[in-house]
Design a protein around this ligand. Structure first.
Ligand SMILES: C[S@@+](CC[C@H](N)C(=O)[O-])C[C@H]1O[C@@H](n2cnc3c(N)ncnc32)[C@H](O)[C@@H]1O
Length: 470
């Protein structure tokens, strides 16, 4: 057995000491003086699934570790004394004040009414990896101290061992204040920052060239205050990069840049992935997929959308974003009459299917019982065959077809992400999750991962994520 995971972290009062009997294993991060924090205690975990897991990579074990191994303890609880939050790889995620319903799902795939969420990451590098993709995260800071009041935050900060500051001691540094739901004026901010002047930082203060930024976050709603060391900002700058207003080629239904980026994250699009949009339109989702390293393919029943005009097309957008070499291409066909051979597999399908209000879905059919005669020499049957008419395509059928398509052409583990529009109820109430679940297709092997609600003016729509499981 190897002790690989922490199951639950509890802080006890400073006078807490582990039981004398039983298995006591002391675990200390190597940078914490044992004299300061000697009280770590591990014991068997009854219900490991009920508590969160974090890795113990950067910790080492002392005490009765061998004894614990002999007893075959698979799961362990760590009880610690003192403010060891920072030693446990805790980080504070600060979300952007937008699209609250999407937050947790976005983070799960690559968080809550409060824009703060305490998360566990292995190390700063892992945090940076997440930040390089996360659209709905404003920033992540290493969580150093927290408290219900400013005084308790300061008290908690005072217990940080001086060793913590060692790597940053001589760096140019700065403090910033992040006030959530209560405006803290400049004077107050300065007074707040000055409360932390005891921190042993010897470098110069620099607002412009700081090598380390400490941030004080005050959440007036939850009544919590945090002190953190900034690891970095999220990737919200990408929203502006893909801003529709700056895009060369657009259509009436081009997908908003922020949502295109979030959809790529939900679909776990990553380098080398083959990504397919079967209702590609002007290719917004292809642009962001290619940006994240994917190789996108699109198709649409209407070739005009893809081709564009006056030198502006999906291709020119790809060029604009410098991802032209990743774009595999576009094909014109009805998704129900697709040319894909058996065995063709894509890593992700993400799409914005057509729907009534903006772009009614059509499928190839025959509108007329007996086709009209055209001024050409084709027979009526030939006309019907060669110049097929389109007929309305209901969303329930479209979704069903999409799921069947995914079952055949999505690789196992691949994701299907799309928008499902819902009408507002007759009593003008908004659609509910239960209503959505009752209409979503149930196809074995295509399992639901998440549903996210978005209220539009005339209708509702749900961003649904599925995964192919078998
Ligand atoms: C909402 S738009 C997609 C917009 C696209 N995401 C963009 O950024 O421009 C839906 C697209 O589905 C296409 N479409 C409608 N019925 C289709 C079908 N049966 N097969 C393939 N494409 C279809 C429409 O021509 C339209 O371009």
């Amino acid at each position: 057995m190897s002790v690989q995971e922490i199951h639950g972290i509890f802080q006890f009062a400073d006078d807490f000491f582990p039981e004398e009997d039983g298995v006591n294993v002391f675990v200390l991060p190597d940078y914490v003086p044992k004299t300061v924090f000697p009280q770590w205690y591990l014991e068997e975990q009854d219900d490991p699934s009920s508590v969160f897991k974090a890795r113990l990579d950067h910790l080492y074990y002392t005490g009765k570790y061998d004894e614990a191994c002999e007893l075959g303890h698979e799961h362990i609880n760590i009880y610690c004394t003192g403010p060891l939050a920072w030693a446990m790889g805790r980080y504070l995620v600060r979300f952007a004040q937008i699209r609250e319903d999407f937050r947790l799902d976005e983070l799960r795939a690559i968080c809550l009414t409060s824009p703060f969420w305490v998360a566990h990451f292995e190390n700063d590098e892992e945090v940076r990896r997440v930040l390089s993709r996360a659209i709905l995260i404003r920033e992540i800071v290493e969580l150093l101290a927290e408290g219900d009041s400013v005084d308790s935050l300061v008290a908690c900060t005072r217990t940080l061992p001086t060793e913590y500051y060692e790597p940053y001691k001589t760096f140019a540094f700065r403090f910033v204040v992040d006030d959530y739901m209560r405006k803290i004026c400049l004077e107050e901010q300065v007074a707040l920052i000055n409360k932390f002047s005891f921190m042993p930082l010897l470098g110069p203060v620099s607002m412009t060239d700081a090598k380390v930024t400490f941030s004080i976050h005050c959440d007036a709603v939850a009544g919590r205050n945090y002190l953190g060391r900034l690891i970095g900002p999220g990737s919200r700058d990408l929203i502006d990069r893909f801003n529709l207003k700056k895009r060369g080629y657009l259509g009436t239904t081009s997908m908003d840049s922020e949502l295109s980026l979030v959809m790529c994250n939900l679909a776990c699009v990553s380098s080398g992935n083959l990504v397919y949009d079967p209702f590609v339109g002007t290719g917004s989702l292809l642009c962001t997929s290619a940006f994240f390293g994917g190789f996108p393919i699109g198709s649409d029943i209407d070739g005009r959308q893809m081709r564009g005009s006056d030198g502006r097309s999906i291709q020119s957008n790809m060029r604009q974003y410098n991802v032209e070499n990743r774009f595999i291409g576009g094909c014109v066909f009805d998704i129900l009459q697709h040319p894909w051979r058996d065995g063709f597999l894509v890593d992700a399908i993400l799409t914005d299917p057509p729907y009534g209000v903006r772009a009614g879905a059509k499928k190839i059919g025959c509108k007329y019982e007996s086709p009209p005669s055209y001024s050409c020499r084709l027979s009526a049957e030939e006309t019907a065959e060669r110049y097929p008419k389109t007929i309305p395509y209901e969303m329930v059928d479209l979704a069903q077809d999409l799921h069947q398509f995914a079952l055949k052409f999505l690789r196992i583990g691949g994701r299907l992400v799309y928008w499902y529009p819902m009408e507002i109820n007759e009593d003008e109430s908004r659609s509910t999750k239960d209503q959505l679940l009752s209409v979503l297709p149930k196809v074995d092997g295509i399992e639901i991962v998440s549903v996210i609600f978005q209220q539009c003016r005339l209708f509702d729509r749900w961003l649904v994520t599925f995964e192919r499981t078998c």
